[in-house]
Design a protein around this ligand. Structure first.
Ligand code: NAP
Length: 292
């Protein structure tokens, strides 16, 4: 119920109507019985600075940023947390002492389902398929986990070079030397020593659910204990994860990343140690997988 005291949260994007964040966050806020609302906020790129001023004027507590604002917002904020600097993108903004603080919770979201596994990450060679926005959070996550190496596979050499270069002065620098780049053709060679294989491309995403970034036979070349992780959450499992399971590999889909990046943001806005993660997860599962 909206009251005279309702506090405002939201997500800025353009477009933003596809976002599942309002559903997930409002379910959590209802469970907590808090007088907050989380709104979709469609902001055109040229209106971003004006929107921030407006948010400050009406007392917005915090918000998420999605495409096309994740990089563009950086110069408009008072402070950027080191993790967001390393990723080069802000997905969460908090109002603190009349200032906007930008951070990135995608990294925490990505590593959350991995941290619950009993692994020695220092023995883990990670291979990241794709070198777009999500790949940046994934590389930062692999560095945070302490992976022995991080190999990024892409189809465009120039973009790959730029990607590698961008990590050279990273705040996560101790492992910067271990971010390597490879072209798609090298996959059969590097897959044999890949303990963590992550798809960050949109290949296999609804509605093109029959596609996979790599063929079924390559999964048989992975080491026995390899983990296969797809950032896609619709469908679940993707063809990529179906192939992984057929080859007897552990498979993780993108839903938990979505839930945990949201939970991390909500904790910051509400200044709470815990938020109802189960409610957030169930709400998304119902929306995505149980609609018929
Ligand atoms: P993006 O910035 O557009 O990056 C996509 C990457 O995939 C680019 O490197 C692109 O290569 C590559 N790619 C696209 N089509 C390809 C193809 N046919 N063959 C080879 N490479 C291809 O997108 P993004 O924001 O990183 O998102 C990527 C995926 O992650 C989406 O499916 C998104 O839904 C998912 N995601 C999930 C979460 C979550 O919480 N679970 C969070 C973020 C993103 P080029 O650079 O050469 O074009």
């Amino acid at each position: 119920m909206i009251t005279g005291n309702t506090k405002l949260l939201g997500v800025i994007g353009h477009p933003v109507e596809h976002s599942l964040s309002p559903l997930m966050h409002n379910a959590a806020l209802a469970k907590l019985n808090l007088d907050y609302v989380y709104l979709p906020l469609p902001i055109e790129p040229q209106n971003l600075a004006k929107a921030l001023d407006g948010f400050a004027a009406i007392g917005v507590v915090g918000f998420n940023a999605t495409i096309p604002h994740k990089q563009a917002i950086i110069p408009l904020l008072s402070k950027i947390e080191p993790i967001a600097r390393a990723v080069g993108a802000v997905n969460t903004v908090i109002r603190q002492d009349d200032k906007w603080i930008g951070t990135n919770t995608d990294v925490e979201g990505f590593i959350s389902p991995l941290q619950s596994l009993d692994r020695d990450w220092r023995q883990t060679n990670a291979v990241v398929l794709g070198n777009g926005g999500a790949a940046r959070a994934v590389v930062a996550g692999c560095i945070q986990l302490g992976c022995a190496s991080v190999r990024v596979v892409g189809r465009n050499l120039q973009k790959l070079e730029e990607f590698r270069h961008s990590w050279q002065n990273s705040p996560l620098s101790p492992l910067k030397a271990n971010v390597q780049i490879h072209q798609w053709e090298s996959i059969p060679e590097i897959i044999k020593e890949t303990n963590l294989l992550i798809n960050t491309t949109p290949i296999g995403m609804y509605p093109k659910i029959e596609n996979s970034p790599i063929n079924a036979d390559l999964f048989l070349c992975l080491p026995k204990d390899a983990i296969v992780y797809d950032l896609i959450y619709n469908p679940s499992p993707t063809k990529f994860l179906q192939y992984a399971r057929q080859a007897d590999k552990a498979a993780i889909d993108g839903l938990e990343m979505l839930v945990q990046q949201g939970a991390a943001a909500l904790k910051m806005w509400l200044q709470r140690e815990t938020v109802p993660v189960d409610v957030m997860r169930q709400t998304l599962q119902q929306q995505l997988y149980e609609r018929d």
